[in-house]
Design a protein around this ligand. Structure first.
Ligand code: NOJ
Ligand code: CA
Length: 676
């Protein structure tokens, strides 16, 4: 097993140049290990800037660095010193994931900026330069221990050179990250959330994001109409960006830079820039699949609230548990089990109790029922964004769940962003420093009880699952639930944008697998806008260590042949390859099962039918596989005939090429079962 800790990793760093003498130096550069990218940092005319070139061509023009603090004049930088360079080439193992072994091969460029204000006297800047992107972070060394400082500006800019298309939605909207993407000329960006992905006219991709977002506000990116993007941090109610005490480091600002769509989607820079596992042995969590008392509420057949239609009643939960046991699911999610759902919980979240169940939900009986059948309850804490109310109760709430064998809790924060009330009555955004602290505090409290967390309406994923592996998944985009509510539901292209935007941040609890697509023939914009094959392909295209089979049990029992794919597909992978794609048009992903030889492939197109040829050269050479192909059937079309599915089998090898005929709004899901 190749598993190295951070300590060993730094011991492997090879110094390329000795620390320079203390005198100010104005410019320094370093290249990525394969000499693909080069970063140069310069201090001139009071400003500190960095620029990035790729294969000798400037990609990001000189752009400013640095933060500003309350009580200080804007900083002038006077020099840079203490330059350190080195390289790291190692690999480490994920306890579970989209890829077991992760290579970390980067050059590091560290330096100290000298500034003319007390808190900016010595500002450490570290670049990690990979062949497919960079990370940069600040270290504010001169903030005295015990002194509370207010960060009031972030001068970090990004200046892409050339003409780009961007996939984005405006930041600071009330629905947080739950918006459809638009693609525009990148100069039209007002303020965007990250990951923010751009494609240059010649096919170069840039994706801006951050890694290791801890005790700091989320970074948004504001455009200036000329293509420059400036960091904009989600503020506290009084406009302060961040409160810090003593010396501190910021999260990493990350930029993926590549001309390969596969390299973009499969980059592991995000994980590499996070700290190693802080939780030790996490074998108490196992990736798996779940069903839930969930879609029936979104379809309004039952209610979260108490009353005659209450979904979370013991008999109904036991029915789901029987189904889970019969078909090999590990867990049953139950929403609406606890007191507090009876009013408008999106504004009255303070009424939620996380320890008191409605009388028709018998947690003891349900846990015992599950124990006999090898099925665990999956917990649910919907806070309604009443964060203080939840924070007060969460330890007791996790204790209660632990006593009932609950190993995964889905949390939720359904309240308009900007309306979350903090302890002082201030109105918080959904991902400022306050919520960043809260989300992690929940994960840490859960970890103490060996409980994993799946956050809905989360702060965006910045790779913290490496450090806190029990932060297994999140929502953080428009998921399947929007396909129940409608007007409009997610259009087909949504699934061809997510892999190159939101999913670059990490796993998503999208909740695939709706089989009853037409629901008695309601309009297209009020139902799932895909073929059935896409509902299967999503299990491969969207990575999450917990995957839901979101539809009602009876809908699966009506179509056992298609359901077989959901039963077979793993949620833990040896490796992943994004094989083809065009953002907003189509995507093809293959993943190899961890601890097995089988491969799985998912292909999804937008509203246009598409014929793709896919080489199978990812399969092990010299071996035979039975391809079990779940493809769009004759006449399949997401508008008129979404259910048409053809299941065929044929023997293939790595030498073969498969034709993928994708219907409008269609896709394909394939299991390659190893035969030898
Ligand atoms: C939003 C979540 O994303 C959804 O899955 C959940 O059912 C509702 N909140 C209610 O908590
Ligand atoms: Ca949601």
């Amino acid at each position: 097993m190749i598993l190295r800790t951070a300590l060993l990793l730094s011991a492997l760093a090879v110094p390329l140049s000795a620390p320079l003498a203390a005198e100010a130096q104005q410019r320094t550069c370093a290249q990525s290990p394969g000499k693909v990218l080069e970063v140069c940092v310069e201090v001139r005319d009071g400003r500190a800037t960095y620029e990035v070139s790729r294969r000798g061509q400037q990609v990001l023009a000189p752009a400013t660095l640095g933060l500003g603090f309350a009580g200080e004049a804007p900083v002038r930088y006077t020099g840079l010193s203490d330059v350190r360079t080195g390289t790291v080439d190692t690999s480490w193992e994920q306890p579970w994931g989209e890829q077991r072994l992760i290579q970390d091969n980067h050059a590091e460029l560290g330096l100290t900026l000298a500034g003319d204000t007390p808190l900016n006297r010595h500002v450490g800047v570290t670049f990690r330069i990979f062949d497919e992107g960079i990370g940069l972070r600040y270290d504010y060394k001169d903030v005295p221990a015990g002194q509370k400082v207010a960060v009031i500006s972030d001068g970090t800019q990004f200046r892409p050179q050339g003409h780009y298309t961007a996939w984005w939605y405006p930041a600071l909207g009330q629905e947080r990250d739950e918006y459809l993407y638009t693609s525009t000329d990148a100069r039209r960006i007002t303020t965007a959330e990250t990951p923010l992905t751009l494609e240059r006219d010649d096919g170069l991709y840039l994706s801006f994001h951050e890694a290791a977002l801890v005790d700091w506000p989320s970074m948004l990116l504001a455009g200036d109409g000329a293509g420059t993007l400036s960091a904009r941090l989600m503020p506290w109610p009084d406009g302060t960006l961040a409160w810090k005490t003593g010396p501190f480091s910021t999260p990493w600002r990350t930029i993926l830079i590549t001309d390969s769509i596969g390299t973009l989607a499969d980059s592991r820079i995000e994980l590499n820039l996070n700290e190693p596992n802080a939780l030790g042995d996490v074998s108490w969590f196992k990736p798996g699949k779940y069903i839930g008392v969930w879609w029936e509420m979104h379809l309004k057949r039952t209610t979260w609230a108490s009353g005659p239609q209450h979904g979370a009643n013991t008999a109904n939960v036991e029915r789901y548990m029987d189904f889970a046991a019969k078909y090999g699911f590990d867990g049953v999610l139950v929403e609406g089990w606890n007191k507090g759902w009876d009013g408008d919980w999106t504004v009255e979240g303070d009424k939620f109790s996380f320890t008191e169940a409605y009388p028709d939900f018998d947690m003891d009986a349900i846990a015992a029922y599950g124990r006999k059948r090898g099925v665990r309850l999956i917990g649910h804490h919907e806070t309604g964004g009443a964060v203080e109310n939840y924070a007060r109760q969460m330890n007791a709430a996790f204790d209660l769940y632990k006593a009932h064998d609950v190993g995964v809790v889905k949390t939720g924060y359904v309240r308009h962003s900007g309306n979350i009330v903090d302890a002082d009555g201030g109105l918080q955004w959904f991902a400022g420093q306050y919520m960043v602290r809260h989300d992690l505090a929940v994960v840490e409290a859960a970890a103490k009880r060996h409980i994993a967390i799946d956050t809905h309406e989360p702060v965006k994923d910045t790779g913290l699952r490496r450090t806190y592996p029990n932060w297994i998944s999140r929502e953080g985009a428009r998921g399947q639930e929007y396909n129940a509510w409608g007007d409009p539901t997610n259009p087909p292209e949504h699934m061809t944008i997510l892999p190159f935007t939101r999913l670059l941040g990490g796993p998503m609890d999208f909740t695939p697998g709706i089989f009853d697509i037409t629901r008695g023939g309601i309009e297209l914009t009020r139902r799932v806008q895909s073929t059935l094959a896409v509902q299967l392909a999503e299990y491969v295209v969207v990575y999450s260590p917990v995957q839901m089979a979101a539809d009602l049990p009876e809908n699966y029992e009506k179509n056992p042949a298609a359901f077989q794919f959901i039963r077979d597909v793993p949620t833990d992978w040896e490796t992943t390859r994004t094989l083809q794609g065009k953002i907003g048009d189509y995507v093809v992903v293959a993943r190899q099962q961890r601890g097995g030889k089988d491969w799985y492939l998912g292909a999804i197109t937008d509203e246009n039918a598409r014929k793709l040829q896919q080489k199978l050269d990812f399969l092990a050479p010299g071996h035979r596989y039975e391809a079990q192909i779940y493809a769009d059937g004759p006449g399949a079309d997401y508008r008129t005939k979404p259910d048409a599915l053809t299941i065929t089998r044929k023997v293939v090898t790595a030498q073969d090429t498969l034709d993928l005929n994708l219907a409008p709004g269609g896709g394909a899901a394939i299991r390659f079962r190893a035969l030898d």
